[in-house]
Design a binder for this molecule. Structure first.
Ligand code: DAH
Length: 354
């Protein structure tokens, strides 16, 4: 009985050894033959997993004699460690190959030309605006802004243009309601500034304006103006002339002359339009000044006493002058551009020339 049992156990032991060897050989063979990293995990499950080959062998140990179990257990553990080691080594091999492949394919050639990002360019309108701003800042003016969506009151009424006045016909615009519109002139900013009641005033107000106009080489339904306003005690037409003469010289060159032509604006009295001598031909006449030697650049005048009054300024005490310049007009002239539409298309081939 005793002998038989030993023989049995020995046979089982040998059996177990054989089985273990077989499991190990197959596992290692399979690991060696694997060609994909993720297959390694499948192999791990098959051999080392909870329901794997080694685990079931371990479970069958209960059939062994108790004194043989530690030895058998040790053998199984050694086998597990070997398979694990082999799996790990194979995994490293894969990872190394993968990294090498990646490094080879991602090689950076530092001698290749870089990718150029498309580069924009400052707009001639902005370049001109900045120049005008700098000229007036240099003369002690501040730069202010007003709303593009404006009340009829600021755009017309407070500038001496009451309802049904024919002057409104020339400045038709988009009405949001009967009282709210897209401003047709930056002159509206004069009113906002005067209403603040902080005197004296020396301001310019650049901004976008809107009119019901068809687009062509010299017109656009939206364009830009720069408004100017000075209100102080004792301001005269001589101050206006001196200021604009200085402005024209700084913008177009020392030789530039200016000419005042009488005109009519509702909110100034007297009013004038100002021409500058053509800096291209020096006044002889060329294609830019259409042969006349002069180019019209702005409207101006002495602020109408009623306009001062409506905004709460006493015209007996204060007087002022105002002017309005078309930004596009001076940019076109300054840069010899003969079609206004080019200013709105933002084609960099055009913009890069300035
Ligand atoms: N707002 C006028 C226009 O758009 C231009 C203008 C003329 C502005 C005379 C002024 C000014 O400030 O005094 O036609």
């Amino acid at each position: 009985m005793f002998i038989k049992s030993i023989q049995n156990e020995e046979r089982r032991g040998i059996n177990m050894k054989d089985k273990l060897k077989k499991i190990m050989d197959t596992a290692i063979e399979q690991i060696d033959a694997t060609e994909q990293l993720d297959k390694l995990n499948d192999i791990k499950v098959v051999f080392l997993g909870k329901k794997g080959e080694l685990t079931s062998l371990l479970k069958s140990m209960k059939d062994l004699a108790p004194e043989d179990r530690p030895k058998a257990g040790q053998m199984v553990n050694e086998a597990r460690a070997k398979i694990e080691g082999k799996l790990e080594a194979k995994k490293k091999e894969f990872e190394k190959a993968l990294l090498e492949e990646k490094l080879a394919s991602e090689k950076i050639d530092v001698t290749l030309p870089g990718t150029k990002l498309p580069e924009g360019h400052r707009h001639p309108g902005n370049i001109t605006l900045e120049e005008v701003e700098n000229i007036f800042i240099g003369m002690g003016y501040k730069v202010v802004e007003g709303p593009e969506i404006e009340k009829d009151y600021y755009n017309f009424e407070a500038l001496n243009i009451p309802a049904d006045h024919p002057a409104k016909d020339e400045q038709d615009t988009f009405y949001i309601t009967q009282d709210i519109l897209l401003r047709t002139q930056t002159s509206s900013v004069q009113v906002h500034e005067m209403e603040k009641g902080e005197l004296p005033i020396r301001m310019i107000a650049p901004g976008r304006v809107f009119r019901s106009d068809e687009m062509d080489a010299t017109h656009s339904p939206t364009f830009h103006q720069i408004e100017g306003l000075v209100v102080d005690k004792g301001i005269t037409f001589a101050d206006l002339k001196g200021t604009l003469q200085e402005f024209a010289k700084r913008l177009f060159g020392e030789e530039t002359k200016i000419k005042f032509r009488p005109h009519h604006f509702q909110f100034t009295e007297p009013s004038a339009e100002v021409d500058v001598s053509c800096f291209k031909c020096g006044g002889k006449g060329c294609r830019f000044c259409k042969g006349s030697g002069w180019v019209e650049i702005l409207g101006c005048g002495m602020v109408h006493p009623h306009v001062l009054e409506m905004s709460g300024i006493n015209p007996e005490e204060y007087s002022g002058f105002a002017f309005g310049v078309g930004l596009e007009r001076i940019a076109l002239f300054k840069y010899e551009i003969d079609d206004m539409r080019l200013l709105y298309e933002n084609d960099t081939r055009f913009l890069k020339q300035f």
